[in-house]
Design a protein around this ligand. Structure first.
Ligand code: ATP
Length: 235
């Protein structure tokens, strides 16, 4: 069964139409990537799933409509969104950032347990528990943003350009963590400019252009597709 199913989704910013009938799906346990040029509508697709932009069309999570719910409601429904540019709370410590992630959880014990679980993937965060988030490196902040999103134990993790602005060696680490999370069962929808690396770890991919899905296939097929190679994998 598809965990996430979008059908004919349209979204506007004032008079600008950012999504023109997007349909896609993510099955339980998959990594699916959205690739495409700047402005193609990738971020807007993620924002429409987590309730940050108004949409028409259908968005189902586990068969139930989540279209046009408020962001905190979609978070409670099981959608975790790690936005572009990370946006952790820079003045709060790592621990406080993680606690904020578990905003609906009252039990300190459960919050503590979830933090310990995340340190399996992000040992660096444990070392820096009492450091202000904003004083950490870009890669560490990205790890904190992902760890914070996981504190709600989401059904699906939406990642918007996790590799942006990071050194190649750190990007490799982030991609390894994404794969490790997926191996433990996390379903992931990944937006990336770094199409080559994203397709290497994904099961399937969608190519977006000017608000529409123009191609969809297994990631391995997209990696060897001439049009994809020319437009997104060159260099
Ligand atoms: P990028 O990699 O640059 O983020 P993207 O594929 O994620 O690109 P979106 O950010 O979803 O693309 O943008 C889709 C379209 O919507 C673009 O034409 C963009 O200019 C427009 N857009 C995005 N955000 C806004 C906004 N807040 N107000 C007005 N227009 C916007």
């Amino acid at each position: 069964m598809n965990m996430l199913q979008m059908q004919d989704v349209h979204a506007y910013y004032g008079g600008i139409q950012a999504l023109k009938g997007v349909s896609l799906h993510v099955a339980d346990g998959e990594i699916v990537t959205l690739i495409g040029s700047n402005g193609a509508g990738k971020s807007t697709t993620l924002k429409s799933i987590c309730g940050q932009v108004k949409t028409t069309g259908s968005i189902l999570l586990d068969g139930c409509s989540i279209a046009n719910r408020l962001p905190h409601q979609t978070a409670l429904d099981g959608v975790a969104h790690v936005p572009e540019g990370r946006r952790i709370f820079p003045k709060l410590t790592v621990k406080e950032n993680l606690e904020m992630g578990a905003f609906s959880v009252k039990s300190k014990k459960i919050i503590q347990e979830r933090m310990e679980q995340s340190f399996v993937y992000f040992p660096r965060l444990k070392e820096r528990l009492h450091q202000a988030g904003g004083t950490m490196s870009g890669g560490e902040q990205q790890m904190l943003a992902i760890a914070r999103a996981l504190m709600m134990q989401p059904r699906i993790l939406l990642l918007d350009e996790p590799s942006m602005g990071l050194a190649p060696v750190i990007v490799d680490q982030i991609f390894e963590i994404i794969q490790a999370l997926n191996r433990q069962g996390m379903t992931i929808l990944l937006v990336e400019q770094n199409a080559y690396q994203a397709l290497q770890i994904a099961d399937r991919g969608y190519v977006m252009q000017t608000g529409e899905v123009t191609m969809e296939d297994d990631a391995q097929n997209l990696l060897v597709n001439d049009r994809v190679k020319e437009a997104y994998l060159a260099g």
